[in-house]
Design a protein around this ligand. Structure first.
Ligand SMILES: [Zn+2]
Ligand SMILES: [Zn+2]
Length: 316
């Protein structure tokens, strides 16, 4: 199925800035034609935050980034008040790889991700903690800490306002980060060497087995997250509905409100006072033209609080 997906070609620039909500909302946005175009797309979609790749997500190929492109990106972000900018790291990177050559390649690739994130003045770089196949889980977690510390060595992330986010995963066999406790352990040890926090994905949370679809389950799951990670340490949520059942460990993203999670849990999440400083980013498929716009609108529609006038500051 081939159709025009690019919002820049589908709708004209809005005459007035799109309506804002009390929560920062965005979507993973294409960088086609140059990384700076992602900011224009995010604006056109009515976002107040956005996420991009800075390399081809499933190849070892970084995107071209010139100083002028980074500058244009920055200017557009200020003009449109787009914050935070989240970069999602390449999926191939495995900071807990047992194979020494692959491990070195992963560390080098992650360092390059950090350097591009710094060049783009990104606020966050999201990483899946990888697979511990061939080791024990504890060895895997320890290796992640070593690898990320090595990758960030000497880069001064703190000073330059970049925080690494460890994302919870769908919990497939050998994957790290399938529970809040594992994410919490990683944060605990990584904190000594790098600025780090968590990105929690609603689809991964659901398919890894947590109940977020009933009111009681949602309350309990957020409590468990607060105990293991701390809700204040979750500056970014990935908002995806799930095609697969709870506990299935199958990571298939669905449109907001159209999957096994449904719309209500997003309403609870985006109106919880404890998530007030977080950004909510959809990573939903584009199956039909304007699906990206519809998913951003769906997230915005559940926020009941009025937006505040002054731009929100990032919590740290
Ligand atoms: Zn995600
Ligand atoms: Zn996913």
């Amino acid at each position: 199925m081939k159709f025009e997906k690019d919002i820049l070609k589908l709708i004209p620039p809005p005459k007035q800035p799109p309506a804002r909500t009390a929560r920062r909302i965005g979507i993973h946005t294409s960088t086609a034609g140059g990384v700076e175009n992602a900011a224009e797309r995010a604006y056109r979609l009515g976002c107040s935050a956005f996420q991009i790749f800075s390399s081809s997500p499933r190849q070892w190929a970084p995107y071209d980034l010139s100083a002028s492109q980074c500058e244009t990106m920055n200017t557009l972000r200020q003009k449109y008040d787009l914050k935070p900018l989240v970069i999602h790291a390449n999926y191939l990177i495995n900071p807990s790889a047992i194979n020494p050559a692959f491990l070195q390649k992963s560390i080098a690739a992650f360092r390059a991700e950090l350097e591009r994130a710094l060049a783009l003045c990104a606020d966050y770089l999201v990483l899946h903690p990888g697979s511990f196949r061939g080791m024990t889980r504890e060895e895997g977690l320890a290796r992640v800490v070593e690898s990320l510390s090595a990758a960030a060595d000497g880069l001064n992330l703190n000073q330059r306002g970049l925080t690494i986010l460890i994302e919870n995963t769908a919990g497939a066999e050998f994957s790290l980060g399938g529970s809040f406790e594992q994410v919490g352990v990683l944060l605990h040890f990584l904190r000594e060497s790098v600025p780090v926090a968590a990105c929690i994905d609603t689809c991964h949370t659901h398919v890894s087995g947590y109940d977020i679809t009933t009111k009681d389950g949602f309350r309990e799951t957020l409590q468990r997250l607060d105990d293991a990670v701390g809700l204040a340490n979750v500056p970014v949520w990935h908002c995806n509905d799930a095609k697969a059942a709870r506990g299935s460990k199958l990571d298939r993203h669905e449109h907001i409100g159209k999957g096994n999670i449904g719309l209500e849990p997003f309403r609870w999440l985006l109106n919880d006072p404890r998530t007030r400083n977080a950004a909510f980013i959809a990573e939903t498929p584009i199956d039909e033209p304007l699906d990206d716009l519809r998913n951003v609108d769906a997230l915005k529609s559940v926020v009941s609080q009025e937006p505040t006038r002054s731009p929100r500051k990032k919590s740290s």
